[in-house]
Write a protein that binds this ligand. Structure first.
Ligand code: GDP
Ligand code: ZN
Length: 378
């Protein structure tokens, strides 16, 4: 068997970046061919990688770039298991020349988890924006941003992605009834940790810190102004540098400071905080939805009609539960709204897939026709 490129003893250095035995197992098939490192930021065809060689600016191979486009109508996705365009948090497989310091990314290791959203340019296809995230802190501001329905919505998405959610109710100092609000949220989210914090007064942060375990990667989600930056600053005990202008990043001659998109906390936790994640419009999917609305789905088993929509049908168990106060009307309204969004997203996705298949079929037919003509002409 060929020698691994990185000696085992050196691989252990990657632990601070989130490396673990599961990722190591994923790397084994590639260890004699590629180096491995964690992607901290991606910009166009460049990405910055932290590896045993320190910080590297790497070029993303052309093959991975074309992998994203399917203008030919052919499905070029996933030419091989590793050929995916890197995103922040990925473990990149790259070749590195120590002589000239050049690195070229050839792929990424299989993702343990991923955070996706609807691609605003394409509307229907899933766009992965961060990979290998262990935990997501959902930050809400108790004074104005507190919204049980939105919590349900975020949870629906995260539960299916293997990313552990933690709800953080921030700005506790601004409301009088924070304890009551905390209880209310806990009722809705069965089992998900809920923390009460004030980033300004520095309260409740010990609990948050405890969750930032060594080698665990997390993200902070939430609307603008809820206190994400303040929380992160308080956790790391310093003001973060302004995110570096990405344009200098191309200028390899200049000294570039360490990317601030990936922050290493004193407790060993890793925080990914990118502008892309901040404007997240998460990708919905069916399975997570069913987890969040397990109570409603269970109730629908007792509806008279199998395909009951719980709107006006007779002997509907869901409507009955609303009637007798066991189910909140808001919750069922949110269920309907999310269900409708899911259906629309599903239809759009199907349309694109069908269209792609049709175009590729037409191409095949055309080339088949051409071959037939050719045969006849001979
Ligand atoms: P971000 O957009 O989510 O990153 O929010 P910021 O961290 O920039 O915070 C927005 C504003 O809320 C700033 O003026 C903060 O000082 C303030 N803020 C953040 N956390 C708290 C808190 O716990 N209590 C109070 N009263 N204000 C806070
Ligand atoms: Zn029903």
């Amino acid at each position: 068997m060929p020698e691994p490129i990185i000696p085992k003893s050196d691989l252990s250095q990657l632990a601070t970046l989130g490396w673990n035995s599961e990722i190591a197992a994923g790397y084994e098939p590639y260890q004699s061919e590629f180096q491995v490192g964690r992607v901290v930021v991606v910009h166009r065809n460049l990405c910055r990688i932290l590896s045993i060689h320190g910080e590297l600016d790497a070029v993303i191979s052309r093959k991975l770039q074309t992998d994203l486009t399917d203008t030919t109508g052919k499905t070029q996705y996933h030419l091989s298991e590793i050929s995916r365009f890197p995103v922040v948090g990925d473990w990149a497989l790259f070749r590195y020349s120590q002589k000239d310091g050049k690195a070229l990314v050839h792929g990424v290791l299989p993702r343990r988890t991923k955070i996706s959203r609807n691609d605003p340019g394409r509307k229907t296809d899933e766009q992965v924006i961060a990979a290998n995230i262990d935990m997501a802190f959902l930050i809400m501001a108790l004074n104005y941003d507190y919204n049980l329905r939105r919590i349900e919505r975020y949870l629906a998405i995260l539960w299916n992605s293997d990313v552990d959610p933690v709800i953080v109710l921030n700005k506790a100092d601004l409301v009088k009834n924070s304890a009551a609000l905390l209880r209310k949220v806990r009722q809705v989210v069965s089992g998900t940790p809920v923390l009460l914090t004030s980033a300004l007064k520095n309260t409740g942060l010990e609990e948050l810190n405890k969750l930032l375990a060594p080698g665990k990667t997390c993200i902070f989600l939430g609307s603008s102004g809820v206190g994400k930056t303040t929380l992160i600053n308080t956790i790391i005990g310093e003001e973060r540098y302004a995110v570096q202008e990405i344009s200098d990043y191309r200028d390899r001659g200049k000294h570039t400071t360490s990317a601030r998109e990936m922050i290493f906390t004193e407790s060993g936790g890793i925080i990914i905080d990118t502008p892309g994640l901040r404007r997240i419009d998460l990708w919905h999917d069916q399975a997570g939805f069913e987890d969040v609305f397990a109570d409603i789905i269970e109730l629908s088993g007792s509806c008279k009609f199998r395909n009951c929509t719980h709107t006006s049908e007779p002997e509907c168990a869901v409507l009955a539960a609303v009637e007798n106060g066991r189910l909140s009307p808001k919750r069922i309204a949110n269920y309907r709204k999310l269900q409708m969004e899911l259906a629309t997203a599903g239809r759009k996705l199907k349309y694109r897939r069908d269209r792609r298949a049709r175009i590729s079929q037409q191409k095949q037919d055309r080339s088949h026709d051409r071959n037939e003509h050719h045969d006849r002409d001979q």
